[in-house]
Design a protein around this ligand. Structure first.
Ligand SMILES: NC(=O)c1ccc[n+]([C@@H]2O[C@H](COP(=O)([O-])OP(=O)(O)OC[C@H]3O[C@@H](n4cnc5c(N)ncnc54)[C@H](OP(=O)(O)O)[C@@H]3O)[C@@H](O)[C@H]2O)c1
Length: 314
């Protein structure tokens, strides 16, 4: 079973990634994830180390995660582990960032926090319309020319925006490697709006964020045990009730495959769809569990069954 993929079909930089990455929004973020209460640096280091041991070779972070803390922690873990780990980070087009050069300044600041000479993938976090996509893509191509990143991607871009980014980069001879969007059994927009197919045709890797629907697909949250904090608003009781049959099917499919957990089945479904999931993990146990999505595949019938069960709730 080949659990490695070539980012962006190998145009330009030949970057080989494990078919599952590790999301690092949780590392330092208090508002959504409650970093500092219940888990902190020691636990997220455990997530990093468990992922490495399981063969995961890349981490997704962003300058805004924990206001730089996530990048700093990742830089520290990579340095101390001496591991050959690939790094993806992101530029946020804040409203005061109006010049093309602002992107390179932000990338250099990320590199300082990461304590690295270059990253492997640099992504635009959101398509904020104050500056045109074409201008930011010029800046992304500058970042590649300057040797500050090996590949470039976008995030939260719709189909039209993805095509524009792809075309603008192509004019500079740079490939658009990826588009990172929300995609899971509870959010199937990328299938319905054609983005997943179009990315495949363009050779753009679709990176799936929130592939566990922020923990809902792990099966641990139920109408009687709702998620804490801000996630309560994203997944109110009615949505949790509606998702229970799907979670039941994840459990059943896991049993057929030798006791896989609902999280492992939900992540495997994303992989079967041709996307690259990046589950966030707060500790070693979660990271190890998620890595168990690798090394096997659901059958086409099982994928179709999960598709059907998710129709009403995604
Ligand atoms: N580009 C963007 O705009 C964007 C947006 C969102 C996320 N992302 C990226 O995508 C990554 C993943 O998305 P996400 O963090 O939103 O959601 P997710 O991966 O769907 O869910 C992560 C959360 O689920 C719970 N969890 C994870 N593994 C588990 C397991 N095996 N068993 C039980 N619970 C488990 C943990 O929270 P609890 O333990 O608290 O339940 C964890 O914090 C982020 O870290 C980030 O790198 C990018």
């Amino acid at each position: 079973m080949d659990d490695m993929i070539t980012l962006g079909s190998g145009h330009g930089a030949d970057i080989r990634l494990s078919a599952l990455g590790l999301g690092a929004w949780q590392w330092g973020d208090r508002m959504m994830w409650g970093y500092g209460s219940g888990y902190a640096a020691a636990e997220v280091r455990g997530a990093f180390e468990a992922s490495l041991r399981a063969g995961i070779n890349w981490v997704d972070t962003a300058e805004v995660y924990g206001m730089g803390k996530s990048e700093r922690l990742l830089g520290q873990f990579v340095r101390e582990s001496n591991a050959d780990i690939l790094t993806a980070t992101k530029f946020f087009p804040m409203p005061w960032r109006l010049r093309r050069g602002a992107l390179l300044d932000a990338l250099r600041a990320s590199l300082r926090r990461l304590n690295m000479q270059r990253v492997d993938l640099y992504q635009i976090h959101w398509p904020v319309p104050l500056v045109s996509i074409e201008t930011w893509m010029e800046a992304m191509a500058d970042a590649v020319s300057a040797g500050l990143t090996r590949a470039v991607g976008v995030s939260n871009f719709n189909l039209d925006q993805t095509r524009r980014a792809h075309a603008a980069l192509a004019r500079r001879g740079v490939a658009l490697a990826s588009n990172q969007v929300e995609y899971s059994l509870l959010q199937r927009g990328p299938e319905r709006n054609g983005l997943l197919n179009a990315c495949g045709e363009m050779g753009v890797t679709l990176i799936a964020y929130s592939p566990l629907a922020k923990g809902m697909l792990s099966g641990k949250y139920t109408p009687d045990n709702p998620p804490p904090g801000a996630r309560r608003h994203l997944y109110p009781p009615a949505r949790l009730v509606a998702a229970q049959p799907l979670v039941g099917l994840l459990r059943e499919a896991g049993q057929v495959h030798g006791g896989k957990t609902p999280s492992q089945v939900a992540l495997n479904w994303v992989i079967c769809k041709g996307a690259l999931p990046i589950p966030g993990a707060k500790n070693a146990a979660q990271a190890q569990d998620n890595a168990g999505a690798l090394g096997w595949r659901l059958t086409a019938d099982e994928v179709a069954g999960l598709d059907e069960a998710s129709e009403a709730v995604s």
